[in-house]
Write a protein that binds this ligand. Structure first.
Ligand code: F6R
Ligand code: ZN
Length: 187
């Protein structure tokens, strides 16, 4: 179930959309560093919505731009914050994120495994360079809401992230947001 308030927010900000995707905990088991923790949460609670996005897509249309709104709900799996799956673009295509509400981080990673972390908060732009993988993490207590804009023909490659993961994890330790090595990362 998506909340009607979120649908209203999306419509107000981006207008009509062509795609609305809801991503629940059960479809993210292998993306979190502790899959057993996800299984435990799934047994104890409902299958929570971790994030959803609303998007205006111009199907692989050269020289056009897709844009939309992502909402990541607050929460953690163990000490790892709720986050998107993350992906690389298939083509060498950059992306712009603009923070609207809440607080979070964008974890970016080059194809050679160099990692960069940038804060995402209201009225802040994060630039994702071409060929860098990107994952967004909600480190706050409220929803993290941001706009995204990228070339329509960029394409999305989720397999690299599924197979190798990101080199770093964003976790809470002693009440602080910290970046740690991902012990399961495969080069
Ligand atoms: C599009 C983009 C964002 C993400 C969205 C959900 O190129 O980067 O719109 O698609 O925040 O994340 P993923 O796609 O990783 O599930
Ligand atoms: Zn992207």
């Amino acid at each position: 179930m998506s909340f009607s308030a979120e649908i209203d927010t999306a419509k107000r900000i981006i207008g009509s959309y062509t795609n609305h995707k809801i991503v629940r905990l059960s479809s993210l088991v292998e993306y979190f560093s502790e899959p057993a923790e996800v299984d435990k949460m799934l047994k104890d609670k409902n299958d929570l919505i971790v994030y959803e996005y609303f998007e205006k897509i111009f199907k692989n249309e050269e020289k056009n731009m897709n844009f939309g709104l992502t909402i990541i709900y607050p929460g953690k799996v163990g000490k790892e914050y709720f986050m998107t799956r993350g992906h690389f673009h298939e083509k060498s295509a950059a992306e712009i994120y603009i923070g609207l509400d809440g607080e979070g981080m964008v974890l970016m990673q080059s194809k050679t495994g160099i990692v960069e972390l940038q804060p995402l908060k209201p009225n802040t732009v994060v630039y994702v360079p071409p060929n860098w993988g990107h994952r967004t993490i909600n480190t706050g207590k409220r929803e993290l809401v941001f706009l995204f804009i990228y070339p329509s023909d960029a394409g999305h490659d989720y397999d690299i992230v599924k197979e190798k993961g990101f080199a770093k994890l964003v976790v809470e330790e002693n009440g602080r947001v910290v970046l740690i090595d991902n012990p399961k990362y495969r080069r």
